[in-house]
Design a protein. Structure first.
Length: 400
């Protein structure tokens, strides 16, 4: 009965939100957003109500909860020239818990970016991003683990001629937790990327790439978990005009950890979209990579090898309606310090989802989604199953 009352509350809040948005002034529905000369303003607001039957992701003694999330976003774009644009965006996420109000929180994200295109076809993108976020509690006695990330990035594709280009990039990421209990998860990460693109073919480009990543971890225990990773990729990418678009690349990666065992092996990245009929699209995502463990998220050892795939099907038979489903699975093989942590750990994670989206107007859309996810771990205390239902309203002038 409590679940039914909660679902009824979701429906009431959603209908109230629809009525309120439909009553807003119609002048806000301009398809291009607000424009003043070289300026373009794009405000958005998303309101969601979600239900979970396992708030703390535990194997037993699960706890239900309803969470309301309001996410306002404001994006500003300024055209320095027709080919050069400066962008500024801010987003807040306000989470309100119906029973556990001590978990209420506000997250922030701000981003400044520049994008430019030269007459030769070369493209550049650089920027900085700041986020204040929190990892939700994973036990009834825990509180949010608040942290801040600071990021700077540079991406460029420099044309060498009509059929070749250099792909160059740099990324810096800094993470700091608010509580000293989580200081072992603080790090500074630098990564560089250099690649060659050959696009003589009409719809397909061949590419090869080398990347180097160094991560300096905060190690209060004395031993060092700093790591360096070298990765070599080769693959292809397909232009959006093709029926099959996206990219797929595979290669070899090697990671050295200062005071612990490293890893070497296959690396894989793929993101492909196939147009089945003009009304439906199939998206396939593939990956195999090394991820640094975050203890605040119940990740053990020093790192884990994550191998998995996601299949997503979207169907658009009617102009205002989109139906979709997705299946995903991955295996996380935790490595680096098995002897210290009492043995090996492997997690098998699966999730499935059904969703429906409906465009109420050109600037208001609604969505409902059901999702189930399951984590099966070889170590007691890390497995869980969760069912999630979410209703969402999205008001937007434009996407920038």
């Amino acid at each position: 009965m409590a679940k039914l009352r909660g679902l009824a509350q979701i429906g009431f809040l959603s209908l109230a939100g629809v009525a309120h948005l439909l009553a807003a002034p119609s002048s806000f529905a301009a398809p291009g957003g607000l424009e003043w000369g070289r300026f373009q303003l794009g405000p958005e607001v998303s309101v969601a109500e979600s239900y979970t039957d396992n708030l703390f992701l535990t194997e037993e003694d699960e706890e239900e909860e309803f969470i309301n999330t309001i996410s306002p976003k404001l994006a500003l774009s300024f055209a320095i020239t027709p080919a050069d644009h400066l962008g500024l965006a801010y987003q807040a996420d306000v989470d309100t818990y119906h029973k556990r109000d001590e978990l209420n929180r506000i997250g922030h994200r701000a981003k400044l970016s520049y994008a430019g295109t030269r007459s030769s076809g070369s493209q550049y993108r650089l920027g900085a991003e700041l986020q204040d976020r929190a990892i939700p509690p994973l036990a009834k006695t825990e509180r949010d683990k608040n942290y801040r990330t600071e990021r700077g990035f540079l991406d460029s594709e420099i044309r060498l001629g009509p059929v070749s280009a250099l792909d160059l990039g740099y990324d810096y990421l800094r993470r700091r937790f608010e509580n000293d209990l989580n200081e072992g998860d603080d790090f500074d990460r630098h990564s560089i990327r250099a690649g060659f693109v050959y696009d003589r073919f009409p719809l397909t480009s061949l590419l090869c790439q080398y990347s180097f990543l160094t991560q300096d971890n905060n190690d209060p225990g004395g031993t060092s978990t700093d790591m360096k990773t070298h990765t070599v990729f080769a693959g292809f990418r397909r232009k959006p005009a093709a029926r099959l678009s996206g990219s797929l690349k595979g290669g070899y990666t090697k990671t050295d950890v200062e005071d612990f065992e490293g890893f070497s092996g296959l690396a894989l990245e793929g993101d492909l979209v196939y147009d089945l009929s003009g009304l439906s699209h199939l998206t396939l995502t593939l990956f195999r990579n090394l991820v640094s463990s975050t203890a605040a998220e119940r990740e053990t050892n020093i790192y884990y090898i994550s191998t998995g795939a996601t299949i997503d099907l979207a169907y658009r038979r009617w102009p205002r309606v989109e139906l979709g489903t997705s299946l995903s699975g991955r295996r996380n093989d935790f490595q680096g310090a098995e002897d210290l942590l009492g043995g090996e750990r492997t997690d098998d994670y699966y999730s499935a989802a059904l969703r429906a989206k409906y465009a109420l107007t050109s600037w208001v859309s609604s969505a409902v989604e059901y999702r189930i996810r399951d984590n099966d771990s070889t170590v007691d205390g890390y497995g869980y199953r969760e069912n999630i239902i979410e209703l969402r309203l999205h008001f937007h002038m434009r996407e920038i």
